[in-house]
Design a binder for this molecule. Structure first.
Ligand code: ZN
Length: 320
């Protein structure tokens, strides 16, 4: 494994739980609960919080309050507020709220590297998606919003299997030509493994040395944090994760969601990486999540305690 010395700076953590997590919850999360949760998250030291999606409310009822959320959350210096949208109509709504008291620092647009997944996800071919980006990116830029381009299913497609790495890189290249400021490679359905992540990120850093790269992993098959480490080894310093491990996978009902924010921060703390996130504050938020969503959540540190949360010695131990 390559040396960790390549990266001595801060690791940026972007919480996407309120968007990637809540969008698949069947229970409607009250807007006030969402706003309070976002306000608590932005106070933990996270770099970014992805707060909503401008998508048709009939398709994703939990995101119908996008405008209200953006107008009412507290703004904190140094914490970027981001949102996503799959289409031009959504971008019009985003710009509408951005210019009327609900500032959006960054819009995150996404397209799947796999043709069949993109069709299933947004009912577009990849060339149709790219054509829409050519309209949406200048719209957002004119309104003063930063643009991040996400290549979904970069590490695997649930319908096609592995996606050709040259194809993924080709889309990244087209994103930069279109005018995106930064890139995300997403493992949308949890198919990445650390060897693959290491190889792809080596190639990416070589090809786009000056571009800010984020990795978005789902822990669907338990490889999430290993994949983060593979990314860090190649100099990637920005990761998406979800508070309490919210999220899921539409093709694997009951599967684990995004990598868990507080588990990630606990690992980084133990390893001596600086994330700027206060783990205790984060855990205080995480423990509230099960009652908000009405079910158990995958987060592990919220159950086990921080690594350095030590215990009294009991009379006798029988554990292996
Ligand atoms: Zn995701």
């Amino acid at each position: 494994m390559p040396s960790m010395q390549k990266n001595s700076g801060r690791i940026h953590i972007n919480d996407v739980g309120v968007r990637d997590g809540f969008q698949i919850e069947k229970t409607i999360i009250p807007t006030e609960t969402k706003i309070s949760l976002i306000d608590q998250l932005t106070a933990t030291g996270l770099a970014k919080v992805e707060v909503t999606s401008f998508v048709h409310p009939k398709l994703v009822p939990n995101m119908a309050d996008a405008e209200v959320v953006l107008r009412e959350i507290v703004r904190r210096e140094g914490v970027l507020i981001t949102a996503i949208t799959p289409n031009i109509k959504g971008m019009e709504r985003a710009i509408g709220v951005h210019t009327s008291g609900g500032r959006i620092d960054e819009m995150n647009l996404f397209m799947s590297a796999s043709e069949t997944h993109n069709m299933a996800n947004v009912k577009h071919s990849t060339s149709e998606s790219l054509a829409e980006f050519r309209v949406m990116v200048p719209m957002a830029k004119a309104a003063g919003i930063k643009l991040n381009g996400c290549v979904s299913t970069s590490f695997g497609c649930p319908f096609e299997g592995r996606v050709d790495e040259a194809r993924v890189m080709g889309f990244a290249e087209q994103y930069l030509e279109i005018g995106f400021d930064s890139l995300t490679f997403a493992d949308t359905t949890g198919m990445a493994n650390p060897t693959q992540v290491g190889r792809m990120m080596r190639g990416t850093k070589h090809r786009f040395p000056d571009v800010e790269i984020t990795l978005h992993f789902h822990n669907t098959r338990g490889m999430g944090l290993a994949n983060v480490l593979a990314g860090i080894s190649e100099g990637i310093t920005s990761f998406d994760s979800s508070i309490a491990g919210l999220g899921g996978c539409p093709f694997a009902p009951g599967a684990t969601g995004n990598i868990c924010t507080e588990d990630l921060v606990n690992m980084l703390d133990d390893m001596g990486f600086e994330s700027g996130v206060d783990i205790d504050r984060l855990l205080a938020v995480a423990v509230k999540i099960p009652s908000i969503v009405g079910h158990e959540v995958p987060g592990q540190v919220m159950k086990a305690g921080k690594t350095m949360h030590l215990h009294q010695i009991p009379a006798q131990l029988y554990t292996a």
